[in-house]
Design a protein around this ligand. Structure first.
Ligand SMILES: [Zn+2]
Length: 300
């Protein structure tokens, strides 16, 4: 499932290709990709046709593109297997394309989604507290957020991410630390892959009770989270299951840098003990049984 680095790679690609070019026509091949759009396919097409995108913005793993009609944005959820592909209009057709838009600049936006957990919708924008709503360095600062994204917390790469406030909330939580850092209303952008990687770097067990971790250790963990996310952005994300692609249909390379996620049975890069996988909340957690043990005493 795409996490922050994958969403950022897609967002960057969109910012370079689709902004300020009129949407000339839209073809919907499968209405299910518009399931979150309240007015259905016809309403979506009427709202979008003749408009253009003024920015490509991201918070956590959520991407939206404000339209040149005040107060509205296209919100894209990649779900499990959604792909935003940008092609020339004569480029060979691809399988699983659910919707495509022709732009005045000759490019075509194709939304491909094998498993149909992703979606597109036009949503209303609302103001946010703080100086910006999300990450969009190519355009002017955005101060509005789609109402469907407003409940999502700021991510660790956001200039306004408030580590002290997040740490205070974590100290009141008794759940395991991995469960807590995956809570998108506390901190966004971290999913299964980057949680496992950050916990490995911090030598924390995924089920270590959040309130047993010292302030210093939490600061260390968040520093690893930031590093892991930034490094993965540099590598174009992780294409572990071949579902995630950038806008050119290419995979990311961060899978070569993984220390825990998907490394079951391989030696730990720190101590040599074999990385294990445990079922966890309908997914798996990958960890080193030697470096990442649950500690009984308060963690320093
Ligand atoms: Zn180890």
């Amino acid at each position: 499932m795409p996490e922050l680095p994958e969403a950022e790679t897609v967002r960057r690609g969109l910012a370079l290709t689709v902004l300020n070019s009129k949407i000339e026509d839209i073809e919907v091949f499968d209405q299910r990709c518009l399931k979150k759009h309240p007015g259905g396919s016809e309403d979506f097409q009427n709202l979008m046709r003749g408009r253009s995108f003024s920015a490509a913005v991201r918070r956590g793993k959520f991407i939206w593109m404000p339209l040149d009609i005040e107060g509205f944005a296209l919100v894209m959820h990649l779900g499990m297997s959604g792909q935003a592909l940008i092609r020339t209009q004569d480029y060979q057709p691809e399988s699983q394309v659910r919707l495509q838009m022709n732009l005045e600049n000759g490019l075509q936006f194709r939304f491909s989604d094998q498993r149909l957990f992703g979606s597109l919708m036009v949503d209303q924008l609302q103001p946010v507290e703080g100086n910006s709503s999300g990450y969009s360095p190519e355009t002017e600062v955005q101060t509005e957020i789609p109402s469907s994204v407003a409940h999502i917390a700021r991510d660790p790469l956001d200039a306004e991410f408030d580590l002290d406030s997040v740490k205070r909330k974590i100290k009141n939580r008794t759940a395991g630390i991995k469960h807590v850092i995956l809570d998108q209303q506390l901190v966004s952008g971290v999913g299964n892959i980057y949680a496992d990687e950050s916990l490995w770097r911090a030598r924390l067990h995924f089920n270590q009770p959040a309130n047993s971790i010292s302030s210093r250790k939490l600061t260390e963990l968040f520093s690893h989270i930031k590093d892991v996310l930034s490094e993965a952005v540099e590598q174009g994300g992780t294409s572990f299951d071949q579902q995630y692609k950038n806008i050119n249909g290419q995979s990311g390379y961060f899978s070569q840098n993984l220390n825990a996620y998907g490394q079951t049975g391989k030696p730990c890069n720190r101590c040599g003990r074999l990385i294990a996988r445990k079922s966890w909340e309908n997914r798996g957690s990958h960890f080193c049984p030697a470096c990442q043990r649950i500690r009984k005493q308060k963690l320093k």
